[in-house]
Ligand binder design. Sequence first.
Ligand code: ZN
Length: 227
Amino acid sequence: MRRERQQQSGVHLGDAPRRAFDRLEQRSKLDGLDVQFIGAAQTVAGSMNLVRTGAGSVLSDCGLFQGRRREACERNRDLRLLVMDVVAIVLSHAHINHSGALPMLVRAGNRGPIDATPATRDLATAMLQDAALIQEQDARHLNRHAEREGFDLVEPLYDEADVLRTLGMFHSVPYGLKSYLTPKIALTFRDAGHVLGSAITVLDLKAGPDPRRLAFTGDLRRRDMPI
Ligand SMILES: [Zn+2]
């Protein structure tokens, strides 16, 4: 199965503001391959890995960073600028610390697609809609204080309309089926046993001098537990 992917125009990695990421980002370079562990490095929140190859960039997971309100707002708003040049997004499972920032990318103009197992898509439908509700309630709460104190009003990071657009970009990929993100980047999901639909993400890349296989384990089941 081969599908055409649109290269997103917009802000590229080298131009993006970095301040919120300096402390947490870790990076690994191989021939023709650049992997950035943008989130969940030295923390459990906001998992996000950016794989840049000569054949396009792929984002593996897009989690919402949850921490102190000010730091979380700054970091969550900055991260959408970092990933505007991705040609595909791959989601390991539906938990918000892996999926919760997807609507921000869509709000910022990214048009996916987002590859996930069918069960992850179903779970993400409920979880992202719930997250949008929390974002909107949080913004209303903050703005009540802001109006009283004369501070600037805040906008929610995203709303229900952004979530609906995001869900429309999902593409279901069952376990074990090879799906081509671009002619040179293939994706296969393997069962991770963490929650329904959770997957280990395997990327086969033909972007450098030699073929490479890259696997992101994501969250895994506990030993001797079915899920
Ligand atoms: Zn999880």
